[in-house]
Design a protein around this ligand. Sequence first.
Ligand code: NAD
Length: 290
Amino acid sequence: PSKDLHAFKKVLSASKNIIVVAGAGLSAASGIPTFRGSGGMWRKYDAMSLATPESFAENPSLVWQFYHYRRESALKASPNAAHVALSSFTIPKVRERIAPGSDFTLITQNVDGLSPRSNEQVFAQAGVTVPDTPPYLIEMHGRLFDIKCTQCDHVEFDTSSPICEALAGTEALVEKKELDANIPIENLPRCRKCGSLARPGVVWFGEVPHDMPVIDKLVEKADLCLVIGTSSAVYPAAGYAAEVADNGGTVAVFNFERTPGDEDVDFLFLGGCEEWLPKALSLAEEVPVS
Ligand code: NAD
């Protein structure tokens, strides 16, 4: 694959239907641990086995503590330069100078809320409202701060989450490696509609991601796909780049390390996406929106 940034920008400028498929690496520079790769607390607790409906059924208290810890990390984090570069590129007036006449959607597997927070900040600063069609952001694996009822499936933003009494202090338990404190079920978050036990409003391994029909259409139409900070191990997201390539589109990967299938892609930018994206999306040289 090529690592020629100039050539990439030429392709970018001619592209009309641009998608980004993002993963945990997008938020790594914000201090949020990835599931795979070095570092993070997940090693001891095996995130992959906690993020399943079966683990929740078996030990909802432990799974809630894990998610509360993830919420605490997300609350402490701020969007990094990669999120900001993507938010700026989302603004039609900015994108018009870089890739005239293009549509753009960020499809993220992340649940940390940093992309929507970055969008809010960047759009407000630029004084713009971005049209919803096509969707400019799809959080395909749900949101860390949503709760979903185990009985009636009602989903809502968990306004109590940062201060949920039973779960407060989880960080200290993590430090002491005592995560499984067995909080009684009645003290865990409840559905505000029917009162039943609520679970984190995220998509777990083995569950169907959100907005699949919309995503399928975007992938089918895409002539450029940027794959950012994902180990490309979790399907369906891991298959999108190959589909774009099969349809004749261009694929560019931004990752710290080599990932499955990247030998066949058009562009490969190895390193932190927070370094590469501001350059690749030309924002450093672009005049800010007036
Ligand atoms: P992953 O943990 O499997 O892979 C992360 C990838 O990011 C690795 O390939 C790593 O090399 C790369 N990476 C790390 N730092 C980077 C950087 N600064 N710049 C570029 N690349 C970098 O994550 P995944 O592929 O997203 O799959 C795991 C699943 O767990 C997904 O559903 C994911 O959303 C979820 N998850 C989400 C978060 C979050 O919301 N922030 C965190 C962990 C896991």
